[in-house]
Design a protein around this ligand. Structure first.
Ligand code: ZN
Length: 153
């Protein structure tokens, strides 16, 4: 499986809702004051995404209100897997890429649409239970996760 959206959408340069190019704006445009970062925005669709600090490289696709909330929830479900020290951050994303059947370069919550964010929320609980149980043994987490835990879908 790969994300079907084109690269311009995944990189925040094109609006997935109306198809128009996005605009690079100062974050003051969105939050009313500047935090020193830039964002890409589609004003008519009220959708935006921030950039990596000090760059004009977007964190992912631009998101409307619904998707911003879902991305927030997806991080809330997924981030504890690595924040609690069960596995490293890169290991956690490796497991997520296997669980979702996505290439690692596309395994970024910032690139995900509503459906993919909901899947992250679903699989994160399974992953978290798994790494809690397995990680003390330092088994090959990603491989055995695929073999042992993930239900057939
Ligand atoms: Zn738009």
């Amino acid at each position: 499986m790969v994300l079907r959206d084109d690269l311009l959408v995944l990189c925040g340069l094109s609006c997935p809702y109306c198809g128009r190019p996005t605009m690079l704006v100062d974050d003051a445009e969105i939050y009313g004051r500047s935090y020193g970062t830039k964002s890409y925005m589609c004003k008519p669709c009220r959708a935006w995404v921030g950039c990596h600090k000090g760059t004009t490289k977007a964190l992912g696709r631009i998101a409307n209100k619904e998707l911003r909330q879902l991305k927030h929830q997806a991080h809330g479900s997924f981030d504890p897997i690595w924040q609690k020290g069960h596995v490293s951050r890169s290991e956690a994303y490796e497991i997520l890429s296997i669980a979702l059947g996505l290439p690692i370069w596309q395994t970024h919550i910032g690139m995900f649409d509503e459906t993919m964010c909901r899947r992250v929320i679903e699989v994160s609980n399974i992953i978290l239970k798994y790494v809690k149980k397995q990680w003390p043994n330092k088994l090959s987490v990603a491989d055995s996760f695929l073999l042992n835990v993930l239900p057939e879908s």
